[in-house]
Design a protein around this ligand. Structure first.
Ligand code: PEP
Length: 249
């Protein structure tokens, strides 16, 4: 049985004060939620506020990115060990906005994933096709390439500790959600990739989240798909009420 994960990616939103205010509202709304892991990924500067505000609850905190080196001359970067010390348990890796705007490659995704695992973090590794890629029938080729270059070099033990997020780029922040069936089809394809590389036991245990305009109105349909093990939520995770409604789907 795969435990559901409901994760919120705040992107470049919320100061420390706004983070504390969010948690004051959010905590009581999800106090009874035991059916899933709840993860919130604030910007680096609000991580400590989020960790303090979630202490004593079942809400875990994640970062939105990590560098693969442990330390060094990498201006602007943060290491996995630093995230662990700040109280993070998860880290998002390879988000499409990092791939699109910051030149993140599949090779970087692999390095970052390994570094996160070595430090004891749970990587939430994002893959997904753009609209032109979907419209020209390249979805499976893109997912296969991202999986092969970004993840296939992990050991089975390492792979057993990651979470995969299928995030079609055309559905992120656009209000255009993939239908539950379409998302499930991509998840099945990714699970097949995992089975070929890591075997049936590892692929059967792999949690694959869907991300792309998830809202309280569509979470029920998505989670009704046995292939969808949870969601990665951007915009709708910024309001305590809407994110709590998704958590309590
Ligand atoms: C995301 O940023 O991972 C995301 C899925 O965003 P949104 O829910 O806003 O589409």
């Amino acid at each position: 049985m795969r435990r559901a994960v409901i994760a919120g990616n705040w992107k470049m939103h919320k100061t420390q004060a706004e983070t504390r205010a969010f948690f004051d509202r959010f905590r009581p709304l999800v106090a009874g939620a035991q059916h899933c892991e709840i993860v919130i990924a604030p910007p680096f500067t609000s991580l400590t506020a989020a960790v303090e505000s979630s202490r004593g609850t079942a809400i875990a905190i994640g970062a939105q990115d990590v560098h693969w080196e442990t330390q060094g001359a990498f201006t602007g970067e943060v290491s996995a060990g630093m995230l662990v010390e700040a109280g993070c348990r998860y880290v998002i890796i390879g988000h499409s906005e990092r791939r699109q705007h910051f030149g993140e490659t599949d090779e970087w995704v692999l390095r970052k994933t390994r570094a996160a695992l070595a430090a004891g973090l749970v990587p939430i590794v994002c893959v997904g096709e753009t609209l032109p890629q979907r419209e020209t029938g390249q979805t499976e080729a893109v997912l296969e390439r991202q999986f092969r270059l970004g993840l296939a070099a992990l050991t089975v033990e390492e792979f057993s500790r990651i979470i995969l997020a299928y995030e079609p780029v055309w559905a992120i922040g656009t209000g255009r959600t993939a239908t539950p069936e379409l998302a499930a089809e991509a998840h099945r394809f990714l699970r097949e990739q995992a089975a070929e590389k890591f075997g049936r036991t590892a692929s059967g245990a792999l949690r694959i989240l869907y991300g792309g305009s998830v809202k309280p109105e569509n979470i029920g349909g998505l989670m009704a798909q046995p292939e969808i093990d949870g969601v990665l939520v951007g915009g709708a995770s910024l309001e305590a009420e809407s994110f709590a409604a998704i958590v309590n789907f």
